[in-house]
Write a protein that binds this ligand. Structure first.
Ligand code: V4E
Length: 196
């Protein structure tokens, strides 16, 4: 199954409206620490390495975002095994991934705690994420069986959002927003690399 998702900015009345008639699936908090080299070699290549609580995860771009006509359908491969992550990053030293990151000057550049509430409305899954640095995002998701169904799913999400009177303006993800607020050199580097 493939997940198609779109992020929205939601105010309090949007949240009231969108969660009406939903099934509440649960809530959790997690802390992500994102890593990169001093010259931003990972994020400039749209690669996102994080420690989510106590587990490393790597998101790798599948359909190169650059120049893509529809960024919203960009997909990422997600690796969760330390060995696969080491291989994907070309880290070859003995020892844990954490040790390899240290030896290769991969340092944390952002630590973000998210409180996530999850809801279900028909086929749609709705995530409401509130971050500890004063930023919130809603995400509407649909699961599809094949790549060819992705555009239809995105159109369904957009139609649902319109019905709910949500703003369709582009939204910065939490990490991009964090970088914009905290490190203008990093933000500029991502723009110049064509990642944003
Ligand atoms: C893929 C990506 C980033 C990593 C964070 O991904 P995100 O989906 O925002 O985080 P989260 O916590 O909701 O992950 P989940 O729990 O769903 O796994 S940061 C930036 N990107 C890609 C990206 C990009 N290159 N450009 C723009 C404008 N947005 C996103």
């Amino acid at each position: 199954m493939i997940e198609v998702e779109k992020k929205f900015t939601l105010n309090d009345s949007d949240i009231d409206r969108i969660t009406q008639g939903t099934e509440f699936l649960g809530e959790k908090s997690f802390t992500d620490t994102y890593f990169d080299t001093p010259d931003y070699s990972l994020t400039k290549a749209d690669k996102w390495l994080r420690l989510r609580d106590d587990r490393f995860e790597l998101k790798l771009p599948m359909n190169q975002g650059k120049g893509s006509s529809n960024r919203e359908l960009d997909q990422y491969e997600e690796l969760e095994s330390e060995d696969l992550i080491k291989k994907a990053l070309g880290l070859t030293q003995e020892g844990t991934l954490a040790k390899n990151l240290e030896l290769n000057t991969h340092k944390p550049f952002a630590t973000i705690t998210t409180h996530r509430r999850k809801y279900k409305k028909g086929d749609f899954t709705i995530d409401l994420d509130v971050m500890d640095f004063g930023y919130s995002i809603g995400e509407i998701e649909l699961m599809v069986n094949s790549q060819s169904d992705m555009k239809i799913a995105l159109d369904r999400i957009l139609a649902f959002a319109k019905e709910q009177h949500l703003s369709l303006a582009p939204v910065r993800g939490k990490v991009i927003e964090y970088i914009k607020r905290n490190n203008s050199a990093h933000y500029k580097a991502l723009k110049e690399a064509g990642v944003l």
